[in-house]
Design a binder for this molecule. Structure first.
Ligand code: PCA
Length: 212
């Protein structure tokens, strides 16, 4: 039986909830076909985010790692394609760090690509009626920082990792000014994406690019 570690960020930026953490609580112990899900919560803090996930990897010895965070303003579940070696925080993290134009890893490459089958994940979610898209930017805040840091840590292993951004939950924005999704749909989407990861050693060839 394979193991899939799914991590969820804590609330940040003055919010009292983060859909990533709420979703991860519901996903703990989920039995997929051929894998079981384990989870952990992650502080929205520069280095501690990476240290927390590395510790969970050491504890659980997973085959796959999916790190998940909130992207307020997105209307779909978005597996990220690329992590960049830049911290440029528009707001402080939960411990008050606000790096501007600093590297995540001083000696690391400019970018790492996700090693998850992002297109298979997107197609599986779309096929089951969950809005999903490939994203080509994880931003320059703690989500990108964690995505980059874990890719760097896992670079010489067979453990696959990628980051997924999810929309706000319905109750986080009730005035209609931002797109939202129900927690049930977010959890269903992440479960479908998790199964697609286990089912697809190699990604599928499926057009999901964007034109600016
Ligand atoms: N989203 C933020 C950090 C934590 C989270 O859930 C981001 O996109 O960087």
């Amino acid at each position: 039986m394979k193991k899939l570690l799914i991590t969820g960020f804590e609330p940040f930026g003055g919010d009292d909830k983060n859909p990533a953490l709420e979703a991860v609580k519901r996903l703990e112990g989920l039995e997929l076909e051929g894998a079981v899900v384990v989870t952990c919560s992650v502080p929205v803090v520069l280095q501690r985010s990476i240290d927390t996930v590395i510790q969970a990897i050491k504890t659980h010895q997973p085959d796959y790692v999916v790190t998940v965070g909130q992207a307020g303003g997105r209307s779909a579940i978005t597996p990220e394609r690329v992590a960049i070696n830049i911290d440029d925080y528009r707001i402080p993290d939960n411990d008050g760090h606000q790096p501007i134009d600093q590297k995540v890893e001083e000696t690391g490459p400019d970018a790492y690509l996700s090693t998850l089958p992002i297109k298979a994940m997107v197609k599986a979610m779309q096929d089951k009626g969950i809005p999903a898209q490939v994203s080509n930017t994880a931003g320059t805040f703690v989500c990108n920082h964690l995505f980059y840091g874990i890719q760097h840590y896992l670079r010489e292993t067979n453990i696959k990792h990628g980051f997924v951004h999810i929309p706000l939950m319905n109750e986080q924005c009730t005035d209609g000014s931002k797109p939202t999704m129900s927690l049930d749909s977010i959890v269903e989407g992440l479960s479908i994406a998790a199964q697609a990861i286990v089912d697809n050693d190699k990604d599928i060839n499926f057009g999901a690019g964007t034109i600016c």
